[in-house]
Design a protein around this ligand. Structure first.
Ligand code: PLP
Ligand code: FES
Length: 415
């Protein structure tokens, strides 16, 4: 059975060209980029070349606006903590209710540990930010606004250039987590008021554990990782040269494949969505249908558990992810779908299919072939289907008299 990988918003396959570009930096050019000999010089030159490649991908004005980090999470943390450090008189953060945990968990910590006020701007049913609440939260007390460029679960695109202009009016810094957008959407930072932007290598066919933080020239900055003078004093620690080189090649390839992402890959996503909705009653798409990443489809199937769908898809060799957080040990549906006011019964059955340039029509065919059967099977088994309620009640009765392990996998939550 040929595996079908449709979980590219979680991570992507490293492009073979990226691997080839990286290899010599493990075995031949292994010098420390800070060293004053030829080994160091070739590593240093490679890091400088990557800065240009990333600069081109995101349309930054200067290459020294790019700092290499360990990935999206570190870039997000650095941006927010830096802003609070350089503007201690400002004690508020504005963010959205649907950010990645790299932003939301940090904000919750800052709220608790440092008394920072966090405005989590709500979204509507399509995941679009509530502009009036956003504008009302903007005051001279705000140090930084951090709003993602595109949502990782639904693909909804936020109007970050406009939001950045508004933040500027009150003197707040504007950061965007563009981890999902970079490589999929054309970005031209020099024409925007965006002060900082996070990106991550492994979402664009680069290696894991490497990313970058863009900070516009003139933006005051305080490093998160303190130590040596690497990265223009912005990020201490010997550079991950092979990883950085891999990110550079990934950035170059992303530009080359940008058209493909927005035409062929988008058409695959659209066909999957259209045909699933035709074949499966009550299924609907979660997200902004007009402004969405071209590769992402988040489909809610209703009254069945996403985890169950994933399980059966996985048995068919198909990888995607669910809109629920059960995988992380919680029985709550995704905070993104909850913020969008999607009913619990639908949010629990939401599945995210995310495509990349490695996918083809045969992947869509395969999902279409198995999905209706899986949904039907789960519906028949679902405790919320009337036919099954009697069985389920009996199961619950048994659960009270048996050790928990014997009833695991029976739908931890039946909302
Ligand atoms: C929107 C968003 N931000 C941040 C991250 C974290 O990036 P990294 O895995 O490179 O730390 C991810 C990855 O899941 C993401 O989707
Ligand atoms: S989301 Fe998995 S059990 Fe409800």
């Amino acid at each position: 059975m040929r595996p079908v990988y449709l979980d590219n918003n979680a991570t992507t396959r490293v492009d073979p060209e990226v691997v080839q570009a990286m290899l010599p930096f493990f075995t031949d050019h292994y010098g420390n980029p800070s060293s004053n000999h030829d080994f160091g010089a070739s590593a240093g030159a490679a890091v400088r070349k990557t800065r240009l490649q990333v600069q081109t991908l995101i349309g930054a004005e200067f290459d020294d606006e790019i700092t290499f980090t360990s990935g999206g999470t570190e870039s997000d943390n650095t941006a927010i903590l830096s802003a609070l450090e350089v503007m201690p008189e400002r004690t508020e953060i504005v963010t959205s209710a649907v950010e990645h945990s790299a932003v939301l968990t940090l904000c919750a910590h800052l709220e608790k540990a440092r008394g920072i006020k966090v405005h989590r701007i709500p979204v509507d049913r399509h995941g679009r930010i509530d502009l009036d609440t956003y504008k009302a939260a903007l005051t001279p007390r705000v140090a930084i606004v951090s709003i993602m460029s595109a949502n990782n679960e639904t693909g909804t695109i936020f109007p970050v250039p406009e939001l950045a202009e508004l933040a500027k009016e009150v003197g707040a810094l504007f950061h965007t987590d563009a981890v999902q957008a970079v490589g999929k959407l054309a970005i031209d930072l020099k024409s925007t008021a965006i002060d900082m932007l996070s990106l991550s290598g492994h979402k664009l066919h680069g290696p894991k554990g490497v990313g970058a933080l863009y900070a516009k020239r003139g933006v005051r900055f305080c490093p998160l990782i303190k130590g040596g003078r690497q990265e223009g004093n912005r990020r201490a620690g010997t550079e991950n040269t092979p990883g950085i080189v891999g990110l550079g090649m990934a950035a170059e390839l992303a530009l080359k494949f940008m058209d493909d992402a927005n035409t062929r890959v988008k058409a695959l996503r659209d066909r999957l969505e259209k045909e699933l909705l035709q074949r499966i009653p009550h299924a609907f798409v979660a997200g902004d249908l007009l402004k969405r990443l071209p590769n992402t489809a988040n489909i809610a199937f209703g009254h069945i558990e996403g985890e169950g769908i994933l399980h059966f898809l996985n048995r068919e060799g198909i990888a995607c992810s669910s809109g629920s957080a059960c995988a992380s040990g919680s029985l709550e549906p995704s905070h993104v779908l909850v913020a969008m006011n999607i009913p619990n019964s639908a949010a629990h059955g939401a599945i995210r299919f995310s495509f990349s340039r490695n996918n083809g029509e045969e992947d869509v065919d395969r999902v279409l072939e198995v999905m209706p059967g899986i949904v039907k099977k789960l519906h028949d088994l679902s405790p919320s289907s009337p036919a099954r309620r009697k069985d389920f009640n009996q199961l619950q009765l048994r659960a009270t008299t048996q050790p928990p392990s014997t009833v695991s996998g029976q739908g931890g939550c039946n909302a």
